[in-house]
Structure formats: C-alpha cells, structure tokens
Design a protein around this ligand. Structure first.
Ligand SMILES: [Zn+2]
Ligand SMILES: [Zn+2]
Length: 916
C-alpha cells in the first residue's frame, strides 16, 4: 500500500522539493537538489558525511540534550523514558521503540498520554540484527536511544500532523546540525507494526539515515486498512547517529564510546588500525548489506585494494575489530538490561539477556580469554553514570550477575566437549546438522554453534552456521507467547451470558461479607447461576474460587466453583432437582473459614514478595503465585538458590510487617495515575486490561495491581512460616509458606513428628540434638569396627577359597556361593586370589543379597591372554545359571535369581577348559 498522495505535503511545495526515484533501491524520495540521483541512504550511496558534515561535534549526551531542548522550546513536554524491559506489556519483553511506551492503552485511546505533544529519549533494545553489529561501522546496534516527539490527534483534539512533523525535522537538522537544506532527503516509506500502519518518511543525509517520521493512521485487520480515530505522530531520531554524524568519526562506536572504546580494545588485545585505514573501513562498510554475503566480500576486497593489504589480513583485522565493537555494544546493552532487573535465565527476557552475554563472551574468549566481561561492564557503568544513573545504583547486582554468568559459561565450555560429543553422536554418518537442530542445541544447552561445528566437522558432518544465527534465535524469543484465556466454563455456556450486565462484586466492596441477598438473572442448564451481585470470589490472580451455598425457598444448593467471564460472574452449582427461576431472590452464604484462609495466604504473598525484594534486591519479580487453603506459593526471579540465612531474613522481615499491623489499602485507580504514583512495580502479577486497575497497597512495603480479596490489616495474618524453598528452574526460586491457622497447624505437625522421632531414640525434644549427636558418634565407631572385622574376614575367605581350588588341565578352578558381599567385595576377593596364586585361575563367585544373587566370573590375566576368557566361560555358563551379565576379557559381573548348583557349574567349566 503506497499512495503517492500520502506524501505530497504543503511544506515540500512551499520549499520547492522535487520527487525522484532512486535507481538502486527504487524508493521515491524528496529533495531540494535537482542533481541528486540516489536516495542518499546506505547501501545505495557511501557515507560522505565524514568530509561533508559541518555540525558542531555532539557527544551522545549532548545530542540527546539538544534534541529535547529543541522540541521543549516548541511546545513539547519532556517525559521520562521507560525501562528497557517492557513490564507494562505482556506481549513483548523489551522496549524496541519509543512508541512501545504508549502501547497498548494510550495508542488504543483507553487512557490519555502523559503529555501531548511530548518529547522523550527512550533507550531501546533490539536483538533482531545482533549479528550485524560491528559489520556495518555502527549502523546496527543492539541498544540505542530513540529520541522522539509524539503527537496524539484525537477527533476532538488536533495537535499536528505530517506537515509540521516534516518541517520540525528540517528545522532541527538545518539549525542544530547545520546541515545544508539541499542535503536533506525524505525517503517515502510505509510503516507497519502491532496491528497499526501508516505512511512514513526516512530522513537521510550523506548516506546516513538520521530519523524516521511515522504517521500511524490505519488499523490493519486481515490485510485490510481502516482509518483509526486516534492518529499518532511517531518519530524516531537516532541519538547515536546524530552523535556519529556530528563527530565525523570513522564508525559510530568511536562516536558513542570515545575513550571507552580504546580501553576495551586494549583489554581485548585488539590493535586499532591507523586512522586513515579506519576511515576507509567506515566508508566501505556503508556498502555492506549484511544479509548479502557478496556485499561482505566486496567490502573486504574494497578495503584490501584501498589500503594495499592482502585480503586474508584484511579479513583477520576486520574480524577482530568486529568482535571488539560487538563486545562494546553488547556490554552496554547488558548493563541496561540488568539495571532494569532482568535475571538471566532460559525463558522470557532472561533468555534474551543470556543470549547477549553469551554472544559477547564467545567473542571475548576468542580474542583474549584472560579478560573478564565484568571488567568491561564496570567501565560501561562508569562511562554512563550521568546518562543512566540506574547503572550506578544497581552496579553491585549488574557486576555480580555478569560474573556469575561468565563463570557458568566458561564452565559450560569446559564441559562442552563431552556434551557436544554426546549431542552430535546421533548425526554420525549423516551429511549435515540441520539449522533447526543447531538452534535447539543452543536453546537447550547454551552451546554456541561454532563449537558444535568444530566438533562435528572432525566427525565428517557438515555444519552451516547462517551469518544471522543469533538474530534468528533472538527473533524466536522476542515476543511473549500469547496467553490464551482458558475458561473452566464450557463455551456453550459462556456464549449465553454475553448480553448480561456486569455483576456487582460485593467481595471488593467489603471482603468480609459472608452472606448476601441477590436476584437471579439467569440459570443455564439448571447448573450455572448468574446473579445481579455476589460475594463469591471467582478464581483469579492465583486465588482459588470461593465455595459455599445458595438458599432458594429454604433449600440449600452447594456452590462448587465460581468463574469470571469478562465482567460476569458465574456460579457453578451442585446438580439438584430444585429449579431456580429467573427473577427470584436468593441468599448466598460463602464458606468463610475457607475464604479467610485464602485471604490470609493472599495478603501473606504480597508481604513475602516485599520481603524478598528487600532482602534479595530489586531484580526480584513475581514469576507466578498460587494461594490455596493449605498454603501460599510465590515464584520469584533470582539468579541462584537462597541460603538458609536469606530465607530466615525474608521470614523475619515478613513477620515484622505482620506484627506492625499495617492497614492494607485497596481501590480502583485510573491506570496512568496509578503508574505515575507507584511505578511499573504494579504489574508484578501481570498486566490487567482496561483503563482502571485495582491497586492493593501495603503502605511502604508492597503495591500490586491485584484482583484478590485481602485482609484489612496485616496483623490478621497472625504468623508467616516459610516451609519450603527451591530453585525450580534457572533464574526462578519458589517459596512456599503457611499463614494464620495453617501456620499453627504446620508447627503442631512438625512438633508431633519431632516428638515421635525423639521417642524412637529414647530422647525428648529438648535432648534430641545431643542424643542424635551421640548416636552418630556410636555409628561411626561401629563402622570403624565393622571394616576391621571385614578385613579379617576377607583374608580368611581368600585363604579358604584358595584351599578349595580344583585343578583341571593345570588350571585352578574356584567356585563358591557367599553371603552379603557386594560387587566391590567380590572384585577385591578375585584380585587377592589372583595376586596370591600367580597361576592360571578360573574364579566364579556368587553372593546372595536381598532379593537376588549377584555373581562374578573371572579368569587370571595370564589365562585370558592365552585365549580362555571370562567372556567364553560366561557364555557357556549363562544359560545354566539364568544370569545376565557383562564386562571385560578377564572379568564379568552379573545378576541372577536362580539358585546356583556348584557341581554342575564345575562340570561346565571343566568341559570348557578341555575343549578350548
Ligand atoms: Zn536508494
Ligand atoms: Zn495479589
């Protein structure tokens, strides 16, 4: 869809812009320069701004400031950027553009924007092009700041649209960056994303795209476009690109990182080429289209010819440079991700953080294995301390987690050899390992593809690693899986309630209501009851549904389940022969004891979460929760198992809040106001829909968007006891706890068990520890004596067995049935006999242990060498003894259930010896 009219603007006409088409990329563009042929963007043209730019040199910090001031002066309100982790979105992990800040609620017109028009510089992370970083002189980065001005045009409130936006870009570039007007090119383009679409312009100057101006005006559904009432100006200026353009450095990395880049290169042992060579590299890099391998070859050839360096040397130099640039880029991205509390793991945003760490580490180990990634991260934290103060504030966490991940990765590489061998053994004899399998190997074991390739090719199996391997992997993980709403009520029932009004939720107005009266709105199949209001809590937010009964004309019918579909609450009733008529009044009574326990476990869950954050840090985020009558369960993000001390501290902090008796505040708030007041921490348990959210606050301790029923005061919890803590997966720790009566019941049960144990060993609970201590001492004394006796016994046994030997053709044959010896004992006995009796021996020993009989069949080495092996003997015996066994030439071990017959065994052996 590209309608020329979308791009014809008053501004272009007024200034005399002409419309042309680029013969290389076929894009239409607008320019003031009648002689311009190409679209002015790489790779259609080379970078010429190194020579051409007259801009005052701006650092990243200055570029950001100049942009914000420019738009602030022109009526835009500066707003704070959001985290790089998109906590307010449940469909997306990372903030990939400034517009993400306002999706979905502002862009859908559900809540107003924080200001209109506004200006923001939003740090963004995009991993879809991660493999290009370093190849294109800095056109591709994994993290960048998108400076943006946004205007939201409502049907009754117009701000501004295309003309003004294009004018702003023109004014900004000509005044602030001193770019001559005839160099500014507006490329016509079309933008689509997140179900919206609209025309856009890419603003390019001297080979570099500096800004994108998007006009969101369509909704895309099944390939058709309908205009939306809210039309949004969505712009994105590259802060790093502006800094690069204005500083005229050979690559963007030089402009962004300046002295930091030198330090990193030195640490990695990568020597920087001379400046004129760097410029040659920068210039040729503008022609690189990383998707196109030929263009990469052209790039190497170009640099080789221009600098008079052999192409193989150029490739080596560029490979090192590329890796150093990528490490510099990735470590900033990582610092930003960790500062926003991501915990590296195998899923969600944690997976993406680990991907960045591992890609950086792989290159770091190749360049200089003695460098530590954490040391480079430290430089980043210091370098960006004023731009992103949160890096400094969270530096301890960032550095610790980087070190931990580094240690884990290096360990993986050490173990990698064996893991890879095991993984790829199944490809033996095949010609290649398919890409999908390569990705699965990375996904499930974290093993980089180049290591698989090295090993596989030694085995003769080909491995093709696509140049965009990590990009492919990242794009598979960049979006959260769509959460399908699954109702426990059959679809034919939910269909029937569509037109019913919202159920009045008495449990929110007063969570302590135990009984209520309500009017019957609908009964479906005599089993599903809908009332005009209810105190029955429907299952949700990890809290189980209420139970109880409704009373109709003096008859009680049990309520077995309660579910919420949209805004309507459905009570599932026990099957009865009573008929409930619509319009009737019913009395509802909830099982209060059950509900009160659920409330205690729910409020306790919020208290525990606050305590975990206080003790472990702000990276702790709820990963799941469940509140039942018996206990509460909370899964939190954390990078390692909890120590006993940490568990005790969490428990102490939680109970402090219980004993302090804090009032729990609940109420509905407009989403943007709640976010402004409490921050994104609200969305611990997920992002609820709609303009209003229910906020549950324990003042000074915890605040969450939560639908559940809560106690009025934390004192009602009584006591919280943590009963189990385990690391359920990489990056996630599960806490289970009991509160109120459940805590008392748990402690009583614990005491009963302890009492039982104490009684069994003749102690009381008080004397239990010292009694256990002395029992353990006794036990070790017995063990010592046991082994002494055993040694004596074994010696005796060996002597007796030697005495029992029978000669067949000058070979000693020993067969015996023993008791309670294990394989190790039997092998010791065999060894002792062979040592003492330096002759040709055949030894068959059985040992009866509970439920079965184990055996060994051995020959002395001398005999095995002569060709009579344990294998031969075992083969002849195995049928008779009904055994199963295996081993080496001189030693077989096995197991049987049949009672052995010594005489027959001896006969078989002597037969074997005579026929050898
Ligand atoms: Zn072009
Ligand atoms: Zn909750």
């Amino acid at each position: 869809m590209n309608n020329e009219q979308e791009y014809r603007l008053e501004f272009f006409k007024e200034r005399g812009f002409i419309r042309k088409q680029c013969p290389r990329c076929k894009t239409w563009f607008w320019t003031l320069n009648p002689d311009q042929t190409y679209c002015n963007d790489a790779p259609c043209v080379e970078y010429t701004f190194f020579k051409e730019s007259k801009a005052p040199p701006f650092t990243v910090t200055e570029a950001r400031r100049v942009f914000i001031e420019f738009f602030a002066k022109r009526g835009h309100k500066p707003v704070e950027p959001r985290p790089v982790v998109a906590r307010w979105r449940d469909d997306l992990y990372l903030t990939i553009a400034s517009i993400v800040d306002f999706q979905p609620f502002v862009t859908a017109g559900i809540i107003p924007p924080p200001a209109n028009p506004l200006v923001v510089s939003q740090p963004c992370i995009r991993l879809e092009d991660i493999d290009n970083v370093g190849k294109t002189a800095g056109r591709h980065l994994t993290s960048f700041e998108m400076a943006a001005h946004h205007a939201f045009n409502y049907p009754d409130k117009y701000i501004y649209w295309k003309d003004e936006t294009v004018r702003y870009a023109f004014e900004f570039f000509t005044t602030e960056l001193k770019i001559p007007p005839e160099k500014i090119t507006y490329k016509e383009s079309w933008w689509e994303g997140g179900g919206n679409a609209g025309p856009s312009f890419e603003v390019t100057v001297d080979g570099l795209e500096l800004a994108t101006l998007v006009f969101m005006k369509y909704k895309v559904e099944d390939g058709s476009y309908t205009e939306i009432p809210l039309k949004i100006v969505d712009t994105g200026y590259g802060v790093e690109r502006i800094a690069w353009y204005s500083q005229r450095t050979p690559t963007a990395f030089h402009a962004i990182y300046r002295e930091l880049l030198d330090k990193v290169m030195k640490m990695l042992g990568v020597e920087s080429p001379r400046e004129n060579i760097l410029y040659t590299i920068g210039q040729y890099a503008s022609r690189v289209d990383p998707e196109n391998l030929e263009s990469l070859e052209e790039f190497y050839k170009g640099v080789s010819q221009a600098t008079g360096t052999p192409i193989e040397d150029v490739k080596e130099i560029l490979d090192k440079l590329e890796r150093a640039f990528a490490i510099t880029d990735h470590t900033r991205t990582l610092a930003l991700m960790l500062a926003d509390g991501i915990v590296p793991s195998n899923s969600g945003e944690g997976y993406l953080a680990r991907l960045v760490i591992r890609r950086a580490l792989r290159s770091l180990i190749i360049l200089n294995p003695d460098t530590s990634l954490a040391d480079i991260i430290k430089l980043q934290i210091d370098y960006w301390r004023n731009d992103f103060p949160k890096l400094k504030e969270n530096s301890e966490y960032i550095i610790y987690v980087t070190q931990l991940e580094e240690k884990r990765f290096r360990e993986l590489l050490r173990r990698g050899e064996t893991i890879v061998s095991r993984l790829i053994s199944k490809y033996k004899g095949k010609t290649a390992i398919p890409l999908n399998d390569l990705i699965v190997i990375y996904d499930s074991h974290g093993i980089p593809p180049d290591i698989v390739k090295e090993k596989a090719e030694r085995m003769g199996v080909k491995v093709e690693i696509p140049i965009n391997f990590y990009s492919l992997v990242a794009s598979r993980h960049s979006r959260a899986p769509l959460k399908k709403e699954e109702y426990k009520i059959p679809e034919n029932i939910t269909k029937e309630i569509k037109d019913l009004p919202t159920t009045k939720m008495l449990f929110h107005e007063d969570p302590y209501i135990k009984e209520f009266e309500a009017k019957v709105l609908k009964v479906i199949n005599g089993e599903y009851l809908i009332l005009d209001k209810t105190a029955f809590y429907p299952e949700g937010g990890g809290q189980l549904a209420d139970e109880g009964y409704v009373e109709v004309n003096g008859n009680r019918i049990r309520v077995v389940d309660v579910q919420k579909i949209g805004d309507v609450i459905i009570h599932k009733l026990e099957k009865t022969h009573f008929t409930i008529k619509e319009g009737l009044k019913v009395k509802g009574v909830i099982d209060w004891e059950r509900r009160y326990r659920l409330m205690k476990h729910h409020t306790a869950t919020h208290v525990i979460l606050g305590a975990a954050r206080k003790v472990l840090g702000h990276h702790v985020w709820q990963a799941g929760a469940e509140k039942t009558v018996e206990k509460g369960r909370l899964d939190i993000t954390h990078y390692e198992s909890l120590s006993e001390d940490e568990i005790e501290r969490i428990e102490r902090e939680a109970n402090k809040i219980v004993f302090q008796g804090l009032d729990v505040k609940t109420g509905f708030m407009r989403r943007d106001i709640a976010e402004e007041k409490y921050g994104l921490i609200l969305y611990q348990g997920g992002v609820p829909p709609g303009p209003h959210i229910r906020v549950v606050e324990i003042p000074g301790w915890d605040v969450e968007a939560c639908f559940g029923t809560h106690l009025k005061n934390t004192r009602e919890i009584g006591l919280i006891k943590i009963i189990n803590v385990e690391r359920i997966q990489d990056g996630v720790v599960r806490l289970e706890y009991v509160a109120g009566e459940a805590a008392l019941e748990y402690l009583q049960k614990l005491m009963r068990e302890l009492n039982n144990i104490a009684k069994k060993i003749g102690a009381s609970i008080i004397t239990l520890p010292s009694r256990v201590e002395s029992l353990l001492e006794e036990l070790s004394e017995y063990k010592k004596r046991m082994s002494m006796f055993k040694r004596a016994y074994m010696k005796l046994l060996v002597n007796n067995l030697i005495l029992s030997r029978e000669k067949v053709d000058n070979i000693n044959v020993i067969v015996s049935i023993l008791d309670n010896l294990d394989y190790k004992d039997l092998s010791d006995v065999v060894k002792s006999i062979n040592d003492k009796l330096k002759e040709d021996n055949v030894i068959i020993l059985f040992s009866k242990i509970p439920n079965r009989i184990i055996y060994v069949a051995a020959v002395s080495k001398s005999l095995a060498d002569k060709g009579l092996t344990a294998i031969t003997i075992h083969n002849n015996l195995v049928k008779h003894i009904k055994g199963r066994g295996g081993g080496k030439k001189d030693y077989i071990q096995g197991v049987t259930r049949a009672e052995p017959n010594i005489d027959e065994i001896k006969a078989i052996i002597s037969d074997t010896i005579k026929h050898k």
